[in-house]
Design a protein. Structure first.
Length: 496
RNA sequence: GUCCCCAUCGUCUAGUCAGGUCCAGGACACCGGCCUUUCACGCCGGCAACACCGGUUCAAAUCCGGUUGGGGACGCCA
């Protein structure tokens, strides 16, 4: 068996979005699974819209996701001569023809057809021009484009799709499409095929929005006498209103970098993406890289499109809840040693990183992550909700402040008392830190919860968190005592 | 308008090719309970779907036909 060769050919007209990322992922998975190669090819022939910034964005997006490629990035514009040569060859062989119809006339016609709800294909005006007529128009200096001459055959043309099965279409339904612009440069349909032939691409995995392109490209493969690759058209990802996801209409929320910037774990996001249109046929949803490569097959890709269920402006679910859920599962079950460098980046970005966390205090750092990660959704939570573990200047949430502190005026004396007793402790351990507030509560004849919840508020700033005594021991006597004594300030600030 | 594709809980999906084991399974979300000083996690339970109409068959989510609905494409974009 010959080597499988796949490609991911983004056009650099914007950032990498989740649809493109999923396509890249599927190609990558299949290449890995079959021991083949993945080629990255930047399709930058649309010079009007291509930007270097987009190229950078796409490269960074792929890198963040961990989607690696074996060849490239190649740039389509580096092969312009080849594309043009192919068009000339088709022209010379009578498989293509010069068309002198002006863009303006065609545009007007198309618009009229659209308005009249009529068929909007090319009418083949120039297909049967005699050589004399062509020569005459050329002599007159009329600009022309080159169109592919769709064979005049009865019957159907088609291909076997790995996802959808046999796809067929009548020859008569296919327009004589343009392969070369009037400025002499080639168009997508042609460039893409010429490049795929040169790159010896064996499998093309792309979105279902390319299906009509494939039908026409099948003709091109035949005309260029090249073997047809295997096609797999994967379902599209739609928004909640069932329209195609695009950079233009959805913005950041569909950009890969949005997920990087919102504290997603790269592999967790891949894990979410792969499930949008593919399933293993078992109940397994969480996959390691190796597991996924092993489990992935083209045959199990879904036929129907899926909805990316993001909700704008929802405070709890800023994107698809399933994506968040999968991220959480990774967050709390992954190897802490693997998680640590990711949290390190977050801390560094907030100026909260301490070199000792990889030195003397590494053990403390890892234990802290292990304790607090259960409640977090993204990596961002370590520096927001979890700020109190890494800094002394953390904010106190209003809710616990009202509910657990300001409600009891007496805490102004209770907490300092508690702080004093803690200060006296020889051994600041789990048993002792729990005994002290419980005894104090009994003396004061109040529920221990009052002291404990107030402590939580003062020590972490949060309403919720891990077991209080775990936290106290983790933070250490000094910090705890210091924070408990701040209670005065809270009342003072509240009364202002 | 023409062509192509698709159709199972709110969402992601299993089951469809090889009809019976499916009054349809899992996950997310939601609701309730347990646990807990808090909130989560965890555990237990609940809500919730075969688009519709015909046909084939002893038997249809599954096969066939139609209808409806949804999507995609129809560029000198990619």
């Amino acid at each position: 068996m010959t080597e499988t060769r796949l490609r991911f050919p983004p056009s650099p007209t914007g950032y990498l979005h989740i649809g493109g990322a999923r396509t890249a992922l599927y190609n990558w998975l299949y290449a890995k699974k079959t021991g083949g190669k993945l080629i990255l090819r930047i399709e930058d022939t649309d010079t009007e819209r291509s930007t270097d910034e987009s190229i950078q964005g796409i490269l960074e997006g792929l890198q963040w996701l961990g989607i690696t490629y074996d060849e490239g990035p190649y740039f389509q514009t580096d092969f312009t001569a080849e594309h043009v040569a192919a068009a000339q060859r088709l022209l010379a062989e009578g498989q293509a023809y010069k068309c002198f119809c002006t863009k303006e006339r065609l545009d007007a016609k198309r618009e009229a057809a659209l308005a009249a709800k009529q068929n909007l294909g090319y009418d083949r005006t120039c297909r049967n021009l005699t050589p004399e007529q062509v020569a005459e128009k050329e002599a007159a200096g009329l600009p022309f484009i080159i169109r592919f001459k769709v064979p005049d055959r009865e019957g159907m043309l088609g291909y076997d799709d790995k996802v959808l099965g046999r796809i067929e279409c009548n020859y008569k339904e296919v327009d004589d499409f343009v392969i070369l612009r009037s400025n002499g440069t080639a168009l997508y349909l042609l460039c893409n095929v010429v490049d795929d032939i040169r790159d010896r691409i064996s499998h093309i995995i792309r979105g279902q929005d390319h299906m009509t392109n494939t039908t026409r490209q099948v003709l091109l493969y035949e005309a260029l006498k090249a073997p047809l690759p295997v096609f797999a058209h994967i379902p599209l990802t739609l928004d909640t209103k069932k329209s195609k996801i695009s950079k233009r209409s959805h913005g950041e929320i569909v950009a890969v970098h949005f997920y990087r910037d919102h504290g997603f774990i790269p592999w967790a996001f891949n894990n979410f993406l792969v499930l949008l249109g593919w399933s293993p046929g078992t109940d397994q949803e969480i996959f390691s890289k190796e597991e996924l490569i092993k489990a992935f097959t083209l045959e199990r890709i879904n036929k129907s499109s899926s909805i990316f269920n993001f909700r704008r402006d929802d405070p709890k679910f800023f994107t698809d809840p399933k994506a968040i859920s999968i991220n959480e599962q990774y967050l709390r079950s992954m190897d802490i040693a693997e998680l640590a460098p990711m949290v390190q980046k977050e801390l560094e970005a907030e100026g909260l990183w301490d070199e000792a966390y990889t030195g003397d205090r590494q053990d403390w750092f890892l234990r802290t992550l292990g304790l607090i990660r259960d409640r977090f959704h993204t990596l961002k939570d370590f520096t927001s909700l979890g700020r109190a573990y890494f800094a002394d200047d953390f904010g106190i949430d209003d809710k616990p402040l009202q509910k657990n502190v300001l409600k009891y005026e007496e805490l102004k004396s209770w907490l300092p008392t508690l702080a004093n007793r803690y200060e006296q402790l020889e051994s600041f351990d789990l048993a002792e830190t729990e005994r002290v507030p419980r005894e104090l509560a009994e003396e004061l004849d109040i529920k221990p919860g009052i002291l404990i919840n107030a402590m939580r508020t003062l020590v972490t700033g949060q309403l919720a968190g891990p077991s209080m005594f775990d936290i106290l021991v983790l933070l250490g006597k000094e910090k705890v005592v210091q924070r408990l004594r701040r209670v005065d300030r809270l009342f003072a600030a509240a009364s202002r």
